[in-house]
Write a protein that binds this ligand. Sequence first.
Ligand SMILES: [Zn+2]
Ligand SMILES: [Zn+2]
Length: 636
Amino acid sequence: MTLGPRASARENEGIVMKKEYLHAGNASSPEQNDSYEFLEEKPTKNDPFQVKKELPLEIIGITLEFLDGWSLIACTLVNKQWYRLTHEQKLWQNICLKQWPLLKFQSLPQLPGAPDYDIIRLYRGSWRQCFILQHGLNQQAGLSVTIPNFAEAPKTRIKSETFNINEHSFCLWIFPKGIRQEDSNGVISAYLVLTDLEKRPSQWLTCAVFTLTIHHTSDPKKNITWNSSLHDNRFEPSLYNWGVHSLTDLKTLTNKECGYLDNQGSLKLSVRVRLLSITVQLFFESDFQRNKGRGLTSTKASVTLELPFCTTFEELQQVVAKHVPQGLRFSLWSFGRTNINGQPFRPQKLLQPLPSTVQRRPLFGNQLVDGIDIDAYSCCSIFVDTHAMENEFIFIKVYDTATKQLDYIGRVLLSACQTPQSLQIQLQFYVGDQSSGIYTFVEDIAPVLCSKILPLNYSFKASDIVIVVPMLSGNGNGINENQAEVLVYDYLHVWMQDIYEQAKVLYSDLLICPTLHDIETLAETLDIPRFRIHSAYRKCKGDPSQTLKFFMEGRHLGFICDSCGDTDFRGPRYNCCTCRDFDLCSSCYELSKDVDHRYASVNGTWKRVTEFDGHSKNHSMRKLLSVFHEGYHTSS
Ligand SMILES: [Zn+2]
Ligand SMILES: [Zn+2]
């Protein structure tokens, strides 16, 4: 066992020490070996804690493995060293899995393309958090049923024991010879049923996905599995049970050769159920006014709601109505994703009632978002427009030369303001009658935070966030084009630097162990989608601190160089203006050659594909810097 450098000698270099600790921590990950490797600490004169003087830290680390969760939490308070030792993920993982073995099956059941409801996400990246919340967020459970002497099983219904997820109580109904007359003796039917109907309010609604499995006696690959579909997840008074009329045919099951019956002739069936909900953040115009910086929504939403996953538009309207003054009409807009349209996260799509024939259809998926970010299935933002506008608009921010702030002043209809020229006329009230005019910019995604000054005949697009700088400052001095650009760029630069500082604090403070959730939140302010952070997180072997470091290193998260195949690369990224979605790293760009292949994601892994028209060195390329590149955070 190799010991790290003496920690006490490095107390003033927090960030260095932390890296070494992380290295030591990695040694305990299962891929490498199971032993712990901890830093040794030199005892200091005034140290009141006697045990530490006598015991090397690795012994303490091993001792901690024998404690229960609550004792471990008590040990957290001893000192910084113990704080870190008692936050070791592995310790908490063992405790949680021992106490709640079901957590092992967190990944089941999954919907195709549905969010990653893994343990890390539910508990904000922390097994310790999972323990503290006492499994309160557990959204899933399961049950196994064994039917003895299956070949001779009765035609009647077999009812399983009940099992609970939070306040919901479920059971399985199994019809060993099928439920329908015509199925008689041909198939097995199975249903998931809610059992506590009499206790429920009249309009109850529960959302869940579930998996029914008939187990093979020796080969799990031959298990017969049935998954509920995205549209089958709504349990309500008229449809309190869900299932399948013919799970499989009896010939297969009763044939001894097929291996579904054990030596005693019993058949094993199981069900796994996961409840689903969707987190809806409601933004109001006042939230945009509070936001200082780029975009519209870096401030927290006014209202966060946890709704059943299969909420319909009408149900959403009813819930939102409780948060606006009574009787006030409002319209609802969902937010557009940024990685395609190049602009910050902003309201873009009017939500409208569906035709009456499909009114009961849930809102999830494409209706709430553009459907390109799978996270959006479980989390979405809604703009509640209390002016009830139903036509496209643009968002206006004005640079106040006195306060040196960008202030959100409201929206104007796109039809009334299609160019900077017409906007200039509309805005005379704000920028003063004597003003000789305005400079306009549109906001962009990080790291390109803003456009150049727009020509007067530029055509605005719906939901553009337009920055306006008056040509005359408050004290009557003129502002030229260069000065206007400097004012806006400097303002946004400072904002960017703030975010970097937040990341740095999160990374270097030894008393804060950053969680995946912290990094997601930080990335969200830069409009970096969660799945990008998740893939970096996987790359960093599930270590949040390393993920944060990876992120801060100035990488193009989620991008691949289409020439050499390097992913998440550093340095400038060159994006082709001719080929769609074609990027080069800086060394490939400097080689300046024609490329007849590109990389595409095939079943989640990058593959080199040649069905591609080819990129020529003559194509013009845009140079894009990464978030947190040199210059944003190194210059003053
Ligand atoms: Zn390359
Ligand atoms: Zn090209």
